[in-house]
Design a protein. Structure first.
Length: 230
């Protein structure tokens, strides 16, 4: 096998692997087009560049038919590439969305690394006390009416930087806030920094730690439909 054939084969295997990871993450963790604001594209691009550098390009540099120790060199490249890939998968795992939180003014996409384990244990529902593996839970929060509760939230934010959307003990079933969200949704008419949607379409801003956009709202039940970019 020539150097370029070895490079091409290694490149094909690497691209197939990265594409498979990206597709699995997209289908499993990012409903409603949430990948558009999640930073998934940038993370996968970084993984691809590192994987290319640590894999096929090194193969191109060192491969020489009949070279003494070639098998050992290729094994070292495979181990290095696997190590970088494992680190990328760990980063992808920590950045996966675990809660899609709707409020009366916005949606927030919360990733696994945004949630403190101690806060997670305080969630009102058992299923919310563990981070999901197969896509974010859809939940809601409402501003507290009690002055003491508002003060406590402000104090928590000042101490930890975590707002109501990152505190599972504040979460409510989405059905309890859907009507409020439906009524508060804004026309997607190109004003208020919103994208230009179809006539009658409404939505609310959606934010993640990486980006922002707009969430299209179902006018009948207030459910999120799809993520739009301005």
């Amino acid at each position: 096998m020539t150097r370029w054939k070895a490079f091409g084969l290694h490149l094909l295997l690497s691209l197939t692997l990265i594409a498979g990871i990206a597709l699995a993450a997209l289908l499993t963790w990012y409903p409603h087009g949430l990948w558009k604001i999640s930073g998934l594209d940038r993370l996968m691009a970084v993984m691809l560049i590192i994987d290319m550098t640590a894999g096929p390009l090194l193969t191109l540099v060192i491969y020489k038919p009949g070279k003494w120790g070639l098998g050992f060199d290729l094994k070292v490249i495979a181990l290095v590439q696997a190590a970088f890939l494992a680190y990328g998968l760990h980063t992808l795992w920590l950045s996966r969305p675990v809660f899609l939180v709707g409020t009366d003014v916005r949606f927030t996409l919360v990733s696994a690394s945004d949630i403190d384990e101690a806060d997670l244990a305080k969630a009102s529902r058992p299923e919310w006390r563990r981070l999901p593996w197969t896509g974010p839970y859809l939940v809601g929060v409402l501003p507290p009416k009690d002055a003491a509760a508002r003060t406590a939230l402000l104090d928590t934010f000042m101490k930890t930087g975590r707002d109501q959307e990152q505190l599972p003990d504040q979460y409510l079933p989405y059905e309890q806030v859907a009507a409020v969200i439906r009524d508060k949704a804004l026309p997607l008419d190109g004003t208020n920094r919103s994208p230009k949607g179809e006539p009658g379409e409404k939505g609310l801003p959606i934010y993640s730690r990486d980006d922002e956009g707009w969430m299209l709202i179902d006018p009948d039940n207030g459910a999120p439909k799809s993520t739009l970019k301005p």
